[in-house]
Design a protein. Structure first.
Length: 65
């Protein structure tokens, strides 16, 4: 499997796991990002894409307010 885990990083630099096994990332018109998991679960966050490391299966999003 090639799915990645998505993490949200806050302004202090700490990260929390948002979703495991992310299979689709879609930027939204309002500046948010929609994550879709392997089994169709969806999560929308107000964040910007900071880093995608596909070898480590890791996606980092920076929190926006």
């Amino acid at each position: 499997m090639c799915q990645s885990n998505a993490y949200l990083r806050n302004s202090s630099g700490s990260e929390k796991l948002l979703m495991e096994d992310v299979s689709l990332i879609t930027p939204l018109e309002d500046g948010g990002i929609e994550l879709v998991g392997l089994f169709g679960d969806r999560l929308t966050v107000q964040a910007t894409l900071k880093e995608m490391d596909l070898l480590k299966h890791r996606i980092v999003l920076d929190e926006t307010n």
